[in-house]
Design a protein around this ligand. Structure first.
Ligand code: HEM
Length: 83
């Protein structure tokens, strides 16, 4: 019962974190190129830098949750862990 419930919470966390994570990663990469002058999209490099820096914490948090959830499920599927 406890195992089932943990799996449910983990899969929900994985799925809720996935699409925002994709959007964050793309924005992070695009703003990175804009601030380094390699891409021009009509956004000035200083604004791009501000956006880029504001993404560090959300990106690390969502990536951490998503990756940990994925690793947990993979380890459970392979029966390396049983909790
Ligand atoms: C920045 C990197 C990543 C992005 C943008 C990303 C994005 C996504 C997206 C869009 C999905 C589909 C979710 C859905 O079906 O609704 C997904 C699913 C999944 N991701 Fe990631 N992912 C990333 C990294 C990782 C990592 C590092 C792991 C594992 C260590 C991982 C494990 C999984 C798993 C296991 C699923 C399937 C969940 C399910 O059964 O629905 N992902 N991810």
């Amino acid at each position: 019962m406890r195992r089932l419930r943990t799996g449910y919470i983990v899969i929900k966390t994985l799925r809720y974190s996935s699409w925002p994570l994709l959007a964050l990663v793309l924005t992070y990469v695009v703003t990175g190129y804009i601030m380094s002058g390699q891409l021009k999209l009509g956004v000035d490099p200083k604004t791009a830098l501000t956006i880029h820096k504001s993404l560090h914490i959300p990106l690390l948090t969502l990536f951490g949750l998503h990756a940990l959830g994925g690793v947990y499920l993979a380890m459970r599927r392979r029966r390396w862990i049983n909790w």
